[in-house]
Design a protein around this ligand. Structure first.
Ligand code: LHQ
Length: 258
């Protein structure tokens, strides 16, 4: 199986599972990943998702053996990317927090798959490579959108054009990812963080994602109205009532995701 799904208390752990190919992506794997995200979304008890890779890498991007031009004929990258783009849209639109544990190299579409997640942790020996330029392509699956927003125009251009590995520490320094942790501690840290998010006010976290994404295109004026409307929606959730009650009672809140 190209994807493994483990049920953990309150969340699901999805593992990219082609370790002998550094978890390089195939159309089948993209479809399985999308199905796993849809299943997580449909399960009421699932309130967060963790994504990581099996073996020594996170993901080496597109499996290049599947897209080599054949006898001068160009491969069908359009259909392939339509499939991967569904995964990116699902990750961004998912009303659940998604943690990514980058356990080794994340190259090409693999790097940008990681960046589409909400909170990215990486092992100190991991690296991010916008490998596309090495094979004559542009950063895809959202790379050209995410990179300048995360690291600014100058660094985005350098990463896209030079295709050099960026260390996990430098990725944190540049604001590309949330945190770098010791390799041996990565999975424990990522599970701990995901479990913690799974106990938070789920609807609020989902709407925070929506608001932050909407802010990329909204004016401040429109965004203020949008925040007001989302906050108005949240005012009637059980978790808001519990959060305020717990604060006033000086105790820890018990959120139910409702
Ligand atoms: C691989 C791959 C791989 C197949 C390692 N494919 N086998 C493009 C087209 C279409 C639509 C969708 O979007 C895209 C976007 C993209 O993702 S384009 C970018 C594709 N990825 C790359 O260009 C990265 C290619 N890989 C590498 O540069 C290196 O393997 C990295 C830097 C990731 C890791 O290097 P090493 O740690 O030195 O490992 P390695 O190169 O020895 O790889 C181990 C094995 O995995 C090896 O096979 P072998 O049979 O020799 O043991 C590689 O051939 C295989 N592998 N990446 N993308």
């Amino acid at each position: 199986m190209t994807i493994l799904v483990e049920e953990c208390p309150g969340y699901r752990h999805i593992t990219l599972n082609r370790p002998d190919r550094l978890n390089a992506l195939t159309a089948e794997m993209g479809a399985a990943l999308l199905a796993a995200l849809e299943a997580a979304e449909a399960e009421r008890e699932c309130r967060a998702v963790l994504v990581s890779g099996a073996g020594r890498a996170f993901c080496a991007g597109q499996d290049l053996t599947a897209v080599a031009p054949n006898g001068g004929r160009a491969p069908d990258l359009k259909t392939l990317l339509d499939g991967y783009n569904r995964v990116i849209r699902k990750l961004r639109g998912l009303g659940l927090p998604v943690v990514c544990a980058v356990n080794g190299v994340a190259a090409g579409a693999g790097a940008n798959l990681a960046l589409a997640c909400d909170i990215v942790l990486a092992g100190r020996s991991a690296s991010f490579i916008q490998a596309f330029a090495k094979i004559g392509l542009i950063p895809d699956v959202g790379g050209t959108w995410m990179l300048p927003r995360l690291v600014g125009a100058a660094r985005a251009r350098g990463l896209a054009m030079l295709a050099e590995p960026l260390s996990a520490e430098r990725a944190v320094e540049w604001g590309l990812i949330w945190q770098a942790v010791d390799d041996a501690a990565l999975l424990d840290e990522a599970h701990g963080l995901t479990a913690r998010l799974a106990q938070q006010a789920t609807i609020g976290l989902g709407l925070a994602k929506r608001a932050l994404d909407a802010a990329e295109t909204n004016t401040l004026d429109r965004q203020l109205d949008f925040e007001r409307d989302l906050q108005d929606q949240l005012a009637s959730t059980a978790d808001y009532a519990e959060g305020v009650r717990a604060f006033l009672d000086k105790r820890r809140p018990i959120f139910t995701g409702r």
